[in-house]
Design a protein around this ligand. Structure first.
Ligand code: UT7
Length: 328
């Protein structure tokens, strides 16, 4: 009997219907399709309507993942939701999802690890499952970032989009599942990527509203350089911990922030781009949702087969970063 692993048995994702193209953005701020595409690789992003919140997209993704897994919501022991754009500061958006889907036996909580939220969630799920403390765990990454974007700031508003992805995990003894998980943080990065107001440091006031402090602020260059280093490191750790080589990786699924970050990371770890999944041209940076959306699309497109070695790698606000290697 092989050791117990946490295996993904169901996936789902949800994106809003509304599409905002680079040309649309060039009507709003001083930018162009040419600048956005060459600097980021993004062509368009999905934008939620006024009535749609993070928990709405998360609920849709969760229901699809449960259906895919073939389990009922009341079988879930835990719901972990990674997000930087929760419905409210509290309660957790995971609790809203729990109520929406009827997961009455589950503990539900959010994780604040920005773009790394889904991998932090997978790591926690793995711990609970392999220790025998949980049987079915739902991990979600969901964002409606468009509602915390300053559409007067061209250096941020062109980068992000909305969406959600979800995975159901359960114990397996068939050798399939999470082989390694690695998560790290560097709080000094809080200065380079944050939403300054609306918390207890700078509570909402007429002044914070006037200064547009309730939106994402980012020093893009600093984040870029750190991201390439950290995602390279996290991928290397995944290979070391699983005793594999770059050539053993069937698919690398990186956080979808910028094609130049993805290409630089792949080059560092010597994984060719034909083994790297990219969909940021369609969705932009959906933060915690980017990896589960990409994972589900990769599977739907037949890019992941049973037995494949899949490496997920993320970087984001915190700073936070990490990797998860999966035998599919
Ligand atoms: O999810 C994890 C968190 N986020 C990331 O990983 C994002 C990391 N950073 C990046 O992807 C890149 O740094 C950006 C895409 C944000 C910026 O690309 P860059 O090549 O680092 O450009 P830059 O910030 O150095 O700006 C170059 C120029 C500047 O003009 P000047 O000063 O050279 O005249 C900017 O003002 O491009 C200008 N610029 C724009 N021009 C047209 C910045 N944003 C835009 C824009 N359209 N949207």
């Amino acid at each position: 009997m092989s050791e117990i692993k946490a295996q993904i048995i169901g996936l789902g994702h949800s994106v809003p219907e509304g599409i905002l193209t680079n040309d649309d953005l060039s009507q709003i701020v001083d930018t162009s399709d040419e600048w956005i595409y060459t600097r980021t690789g993004i062509r368009q992003r999905r934008i939620a309507d006024a009535n749609t919140s993070t928990s709405d997209l998360a609920t849709d993704a969760a229901q699809k993942a449960l259906k895919d897994a073939g389990i009922r919501a009341d079988q879930l022991d835990m719901i972990i939701l990674g997000t930087a754009s929760p419905d409210m500061v509290f309660p957790a958006s995971a609790c809203v999802v729990q109520d929406n889907i009827g997961a009455k036996n589950a503990a539900a909580f959010d994780i604040s690890a920005a773009c790394s939220g889904f991998l932090y969630g997978l790591s926690i799920a793995r711990g609970f499952i392999t220790s025998g403390m949980a049987t079915y765990v739902l991990v979600i990454g969901a964002e409606v970032l468009s509602k915390i974007l300053n559409f007067e700031d061209r250096s941020t508003c062109v980068l992000f989009g909305d969406g959600a992805g979800a995975a159901v995990l359960t114990p397996s003894e068939n050798g399939k599942g999470v082989l390694s998980s690695f998560i790290r943080s560097d709080g000094a990065g809080a200065r380079s990527l944050n939403m300054p107001a609306g918390g207890t440091r700078r509570p909402t006031s007429p002044e914070t509203l006037e200064k547009r402090l309730h939106y994402i602020h980012m020093a893009g260059n600093d984040v870029f350089k750190y991201a390439v280093r950290a995602m390279g490191e996290a991928t290397r750790v995944a290979l070391e911990e699983t005793g594999t080589k770059a050539s053993d990786v069937d698919l690398l699924i990186p956080h979808q922030a910028n094609i130049r970050i993805i290409e630089a990371t792949a080059k560092r770890v010597k994984i060719p781009m034909d083994k790297v999944f990219v969909n940021l041209d369609q969705y932009g940076n959906t933060s915690a949702a980017s990896i589960p959306i990409a994972l589900n699309e990769a599977r739907q497109q037949g890019r992941i087969q049973s037995g494949d070695l899949v490496v997920l790698v993320a970087f984001g606000g915190g700073y936070s970063w990490g990797s998860v290697a999966i035998r599919w």
